[in-house]
Design a protein around this ligand. Structure first.
Ligand code: NAD
Ligand code: G6P
Ligand code: MN
Length: 441
């Protein structure tokens, strides 16, 4: 097996240590020659890198090289894979994305509604620049992107790099949900075969099979309706906010029993309830800053001080393992099935070809080979078309610097609807994002 050279972009991320543990857990499936870290924030990256050095020395002694840098050439030269996980504007801008809409009684969320739009407008230029830079130094590398909002990023990259078939956008949510399904069914996530369709953070599982072809969908629905639904993956299992979110799946299945929903649909189907449960002065961004971010900083500091991992608890999570398994399937033509974000081109036959859809695909060394979904029923089609139009308008607005298109996008979004409210939120977001967004005409 050829050993791979990997660069992690945005290596100061709160998810990097989990990714490193996942690379260690998956080293038989995805053996590495080298890992390089790249970030624009030297200090943030250095802490994670120094802790990673200690972890790798203990758990991955056969790795030939580990380095970290803020120099693009050094980072991107001669790599086989780039995993991207940047957050333009950091968690402090996420806080504004959430608080501004909430102050108008509208959903304030990282990737959904106005917050997602604001974040998208910040992510697009950085992502375009990064792809160009990676391509300058490594023409053939696989670029796997986790950067959010994945739907909007994927649409922008599709437009700018139409011929680049080695960029793949991924979301960990379907996998995190499948970890909970697997637990209910007494199986491993890798034993399950999903059927799924939608947009990123806007989709449904239509079937869950095991590898023998047994249909487990009804068993899952009944379990969720009778016994509830909880997050099981280590990263989110004990998080109050995620526990509430998974609980909402029960309500969604009661109201719409046909399919098993992605958790993110709660923001579109119950926007009022989502607003009511939020504290507009202490949102998810605050929880993450006081929770995951602090936890990771303390973890890294302890490892660096001890020069050992004996006093910390480290675990691979589904976020990391999913990305690594997709990479392995691309590298070694495993032909495993993963839910990924690809250009529609007839997969969902009653949606436009140029939609970026989230569907299962066989992942080969020639890229993802998505399975046909066919026609989807009117309810889902209607919901998706509205959301798709919003996503397209955001990207249109970005490239045309067009205020009116942004207003159209926000008004179309199910979390907003009301035009005067859309305008107020938009005007506040423009002010908050003046260091990031293009100037709108
Ligand atoms: P974070 O702020 O902790 O880390 C992001 C890192 O990216 C920071 O160290 C920052 O300095 C760096 N960065 C910012 N702009 C950069 C640029 N232009 N080039 C290089 N580095 C840059 O954020 P986080 O909470 O760990 O999340 C990281 C990203 O992963 C976010 O986009 C988040 O939304 C995304 N995410 C996606 C999924 C998914 O399902 N697709 C799941 C989890 C997280
Ligand atoms: C899931 C989604 C990601 C999102 C993350 C936010 O993993 O798939 O797209 O970024 O949740 O989680 P947080 O704990 O930061 O709110
Ligand atoms: Mn996601």
């Amino acid at each position: 097996m050829k050993k791979q050279r990997l660069v992690i972009v945005g290596a100061g991320s709160t998810y990097t240590i989990g990714m490193i543990m996942s690379l260690i857990a998956e080293k038989e499936n995805f053996p590495l020659k080298s890992i390089t870290f790249y970030d624009i924030d030297k200090e943030r990256q250095e802490r994670v890198a120094k802790a990673t050095e200690v972890i790798l020395k203990e758990k991955y002694p056969e790795l030939e090289e580990f380095k970290y840098t803020t120099d693009k050439k050094e980072a991107f030269e001669n790599v086989d894979f780039a995993f991207i996980q940047i957050r333009t504007g950091g968690l402090s801008m996420r806080e504004k994305d959430e608080k501004i809409p909430l102050s108008y009684g509208v959903v304030g969320q990282e990737t959904c509604g106005p917050g997602g739009m604001a974040y998208g407008m910040r992510s697009i230029p950085d992502m375009i620049e990064l792809i160009k830079d990676i391509r300058k130094y490594s023409k053939d590398a696989w670029i796997l992107n986790y950067t959010n909002p994945a739907a909007i990023v994927a649409e922008a990259l599709r437009r700018v790099f139409p011929n680049d078939k080695k960029i793949l956008n991924i979301c960990d949510m379907p996998a995190a949900i499948m970890v909970s399904y697997a637990k209910i069914l007494g199986k491993e996530i890798w034993d399950l075969v999903p059927e799924y369709f939608g947009l990123n953070h806007f989709g449904w599982f239509t079937k869950i099979y095991d590898k023998e072809g047994n249909d487990l969908t009804d068993k899952l629905k009944n379990h969720i309706l009778n016994k509830g639904f909880v997050p099981e993956d280590a990263e989110i299992a004990n998080d109050k906010s995620w526990i509430k979110t998974f609980k909402q799946v029960e309500t969604m299945i009661k109201d719409f029993p046909e399919y098993l929903p992605n958790t993110y649909l709660q923001y579109y189907l119950y926007p009022q309830k989502m607003v009511e449960k939020e504290d507009p002065n202490y949102t998810r961004a605050n929880q993450v800053m006081d929770g995951r971010e602090k936890r990771v900083i303390n973890l890294c500091n302890t490892i660096i001080k001890d020069q050992s991992i004996e006093n910390v608890h480290l675990e691979a999570d589904i976020h990391g393992r999913y990305m690594v398994r997709v990479a392995a399937s691309l590298a070694y033509h495993n032909c495993d099935i993963f839910i990924v974000i690809v250009e529609n081109n007839g997969i969902i036959s009653n949606l436009p070809d140029d939609a970026m859809v989230e569907v299962p695909a066989m992942i080969t060394s020639h890229g993802p080979k998505p399975f046909a979904v066919g026609k989807i029923p009117t309810f889902y089609k209607g919901l998706i078309e509205g959301q798709l139009a919003y996503e397209k308008l955001v990207v249109d607005a970005f490239f045309a610097n067009d205020y009116d298109k942004m207003l159209q996008a926000l008004t179309l979004n199910r979390t907003v609807v009301n035009a005067p409210v859309a305008r107020k939120i938009l005007d506040d977001l423009i002010e908050a994002n003046k260091d990031y967004w293009p100037e709108l005409k």
